[in-house]
Design a protein around this ligand. Structure first.
Ligand SMILES: C[S@@+](CC[C@H](N)C(=O)[O-])C[C@H]1O[C@@H](n2cnc3c(N)ncnc32)[C@H](O)[C@@H]1O
Length: 200
């Protein structure tokens, strides 16, 4: 089953699987993002982070493999009277053409073998001093029932990030235990990796 088929099935259900509030870690990093720069959300799904930043005056684009997720994002944006540019694409096929001052990703479950290529693309399209900030389930999430894949190849280690982004300053790459309260999809204690990476 493709990522699109898998995520379309999930997003077909009523409501917003991870809620309509932004991810708490991303929200806490808001001061790192500059409004004058393009803002890109990778694997943004139903749009909770994209809408949050669009409402605060950012020029936001969102990429995702799920057309159903992006349709819900667009409806959500209309309700909030904001615009988010959307593009339905598998990130393995994505060829970045623009530069971005801010790139975020939350719970983007990329296969281990595809991560290095994605990280190279993120690095290549980040503006000087721009930030890549994200939160991902760690391999220790296999011990929790708060959400996320049960396939270890879709879960991350700190080394995945430390071995990439060699042109960047890593302000934070850490595995932490958190309490998630994000819709029906993420509830309870979880093991996540949080990253704050800045292009030199
Ligand atoms: C767990 S959801 C998280 C959605 C959103 N980031 C959030 O936190 O609310 C994972 C998202 O990543 C997207 N995704 C997974 N693999 C992808 C890929 N290879 N290319 C594009 N999107 C992908 C899915 O379609 C889905 O929207």
């Amino acid at each position: 089953m493709s990522q699109q088929e898998f995520w379309n099935q999930k997003f077909l259900r009523d409501g917003y699987l991870y809620g309509r509030k932004p991810n708490a870690f991303i929200e806490s990093c808001s001061s790192n993002f500059k409004k004058a720069h393009r803002f890109l959300c990778l694997g943004e799904g139903e749009g909770r982070n994209a809408i949050y930043f669009a409402k605060r005056g950012f020029e936001v684009a969102a990429l995702d493999a799920s057309d159903i997720g992006l349709k819900k994002l667009e409806e959500f944006a209309k309700e909030e009277d904001v615009y988010v540019k959307t593009r339905c694409i598998d990130l393995n096929e994505w060829i970045p053409k623009k530069k971005y001052g801010s790139i975020i990703a939350t719970y983007l479950h990329m296969y281990k073998e595809d991560r290095e290529a994605l990280f190279e693309k993120i690095d290549s399209c980040l503006k000087e001093n721009g930030f890549f900030i994200g939160e991902f389930f760690s391999i220790n999430q296999l011990n929790y029932e708060s959400g996320g894949p049960k396939d270890i190849n879709l879960l991350y280690t700190v080394d995945d990030f430390n071995n990439s982004f060699l042109n960047c300053t890593k302000h934070k790459v850490e595995e932490v235990e958190v309490e998630l309260d994000e819709g029906n999809g993420h509830q309870g204690k979880a093991s996540v990796i949080r990253v704050i990476i800045q292009k030199n």
